[in-house]
Design a protein around this ligand. Structure first.
Ligand SMILES: Cc1cc2nc3c(=O)[nH]c(=O)nc-3n(C[C@H](O)[C@H](O)[C@H](O)COP(=O)(O)OP(=O)(O)OC[C@H]3O[C@@H](n4cnc5c(N)ncnc54)[C@H](O)[C@@H]3O)c2cc1C
Length: 370
């Protein structure tokens, strides 16, 4: 039996960030991950995740703005390029309800934004030809994060500060008790005074008794190599999101241009997910990209599969376990959690150490669906 003060289960975006913030607060902390660190079987791998402040609710804008300095601090500590503030351009038809809602929300927030016409977009970002009639909103203090590098930076900084990491160790069962939790794993038992559960798409299984209303969906992202990459670098191209089709894409980063469909894919289970690439989906994304950047052409490079873990209202599950005050959960990030992950880690660490956080998380209570 290993006795530990703080134990973090799952070392994807949320668990790695929690491990880092706990170690930074001087806690003795251990993290457990079922696969190899940096694996590609969860939701946090790859070269990019959009960092946007353009949201339907100022709460999320506020949280994203609070996360940005934490990312910048991590970037400075690690020396790795993690944050790319190339801007985020959202566009859609004039009557698109999502654009309307997000514009109403951003007007109520403190975030900087600019409304642009099609011509202004083309002048600012020469590669882009958005549809003539419509609305475009540019948020300049946004862009993307290098996802895998962020996870690795949190983990390497956590280790440097004394955190222990056990990889390829699977949690088999958890027994919650008033004095702490007993976690049975493939490498023996751990007894933890405070437990953080950040097991992503597996959280429904790990916390079966709570019957959390989580749905896992299969998502795919595609990379294309452009014939002319010059106008597609982050200095001259923002992250672009079409709110009519729900397709979005990134500037050149990693192997090429990444594009994906934000609509929820088919329901799945993380251990039984079909990872076969759907080339027809890739082809429709390529057609969309060619329509948006008609002076370029794009060749398929590679694709990969990932998972969204959705809650019924798309709001996160973040806070203490309803019945066990020394157990804290971060899950159900509904396809938009990465940008917040360093802040989520800080919040979970504050909850584990102080029992409270100054950040507004009441919306995310675990028992709100019961
Ligand atoms: C295609 C795609 C695009 C996305 N785009 C964006 C975006 O642009 N912007 C944005 O902000 N967000 C985006 N997201 C969402 C974001 O990536 C996720 O919300 C976030 O990565 C979830 O992190 P997590 O730590 O909760 O889950 P995970 O990354 O899945 O981590 C959970 C970890 O727990 C481990 N684990 C599970 N069960 C056990 C067990 N029994 N024992 C030990 N370990 C266990 C898993 O192996 C895994 O490593 C996207 C997601 C996908 C899939």
């Amino acid at each position: 039996m290993n006795d530990v003060d703080c134990l973090v289960l799952g070392l994807g975006a949320m668990g790695s960030a929690t491990l880092y913030h706990l170690a930074r607060m001087g806690q003795s902390v251990v993290g457990i991950e079922q696969y190899e660190i940096g694996h590609g079987l969860g939701s946090s791998h790859g070269h990019s995740r959009a960092f946007r402040v353009f949201y339907h609710d100022p709460l999320y804008t506020e949280l994203a703005e609070a996360a940005l300095p934490l990312w910048q601090e991590l970037q400075a500590a690690s020396g790795d390029p993690l944050v790319h503030l190339c801007g985020f351009l959202a566009y859609g038809g004039v009557d698109n309800p999502w654009i309307e809602r997000n514009l109403a929300a951003i007007r109520r927030s403190t975030a900087e934004f600019e409304l642009l016409t099609q011509e202004q977009v083309a002048v600012r970002f020469p590669a882009l030809r958005i549809p003539e009639s419509g609305v475009a909103c540019l948020t300049p203090r946004a862009g993307f994060l290098d996802a895998s590098r962020c996870v690795m930076a949190h983990l390497s900084q956590a280790r440097r500060l004394g955190a222990a990491v056990h990889q390829q160790v699977c949690v088999e069962s958890i027994e919650f008790g008033p004095g702490g939790s007993t976690v049975r794993t493939t490498a023996g038992e751990f007894r933890a005074a405070r437990l953080v559960i950040a097991t992503g798409s597996w959280t429904g299984d790990v916390m079966q008794r709570l019957c959390l209303p989580l749905t896992v969906t299969r998502q795919q992202k595609f990379y294309f190599r452009p014939a002319s990459p010059e106008l597609l670098r982050p200095a001259v191209l923002p992250v672009y999101a079409d709110y009519d089709t729900h397709f979005y894409g990134f500037p050149m980063h990693g192997p090429g241009i990444k594009v994906a469909d934000d609509s929820p894919g088919e329901r799945t289970h993380p251990d039984r997910i079909n990872r076969t690439i759907e080339h027809a989906r890739g082809e429709s994304l390529r057609n969309w990209l060619t329509g948006l950047m008609p002076e370029n052409s794009f060749h398929f490079l590679e694709a990969s599969t990932c998972m969204y873990t959705q809650t019924p209202d798309q709001d996160f599950l973040l806070g203490p376990h309803p019945n066990h005050p020394n157990v804290f959960v971060g899950a159900g990030f509904s396809g938009h959690g990465f940008k917040f992950s360093t802040l989520v880690g800080l919040i979970l660490a504050q909850l584990a150490i102080d029992g409270s956080t100054p950040y507004p998380i009441t919306r995310f209570q675990l028992d709100r669906f019961s």
